[in-house]
Design a protein around this ligand. Sequence first.
Ligand SMILES: O=C(O)c1cc(=O)[nH]c(=O)n1[C@@H]1O[C@H](COP(=O)(O)O)[C@@H](O)[C@H]1O
Length: 239
Amino acid sequence: MEQVRNRLIVALDFASMAEVRELVESLGDAVSYYKVGMQLFYGVGMECLTYLREKGKDVFLDLKMHDIPNTVAQGAASLTRLGVAMINVQASGGPAMMRAAAEQVAETAASLNIPRPKLIAVTVLTSMNDTEWAALRSATSISEQVVHLAKLAQDAGLDGVVASPQEAEQIRKVCGEDFAIVTPGVRPQGSALNDQSRVATPVDALQAGAHYLVIGRPITKAENPRAAALSILEEMRKA
Ligand SMILES: O=C(O)c1cc(=O)[nH]c(=O)n1[C@@H]1O[C@H](COP(=O)(O)O)[C@@H](O)[C@H]1O
């Protein structure tokens, strides 16, 4: 179980610390890696990071930075100082922005003598379907664009990407084994899709080459979150 536990990232999409504490306590040692996104971080700030650090948990701080290169690079430096395990930018910010962020993360971590957080790029959101995609008037298909952005991110010095499990195999082929593939849009058989579109089961996501599975509501909204997490971990172990 240990092998798969650090590959499951549970999304703490909550507004309050009371909800975070309740969930993290109930999951206990079943889960060691959590994602803190905009709802929680904008709502409670540093308190959630301090709490998760005290609990000995790893944190993916998902703030999806997107701005001019200098602004994102300095934002990435600030997030590096927080000592989290993973941070992200939007790949659509472009190669210069991603390169500036990667360089600044490395420089900041080295100057503080702390481990460098993994810096990853969001490609095309897993909620995006063909109709939504057509509205953006992109000339390529979603999967072509995801793989293209993954290659741009890798060339810019990033550690990996966020993509749907449906694109993981193609990313793996183009970017190789060491480039991290983080996949939300994971739904155990029979789970509600909610607002996700490009989804797969935990087994299919891992078999396609995903390194990390980001899962929120199938665990956090389950009647028994610990049982839901353990069942997903068991499925992951078999894969
Ligand atoms: O960057 C992300 O984490 C992300 C990218 C993406 O393309 N799709 C996506 O769902 N996410 C996040 O992954 C989590 C998925 O949550 P559930 O749909 O509840 O499992 C949410 O916190 C989203 O913000």
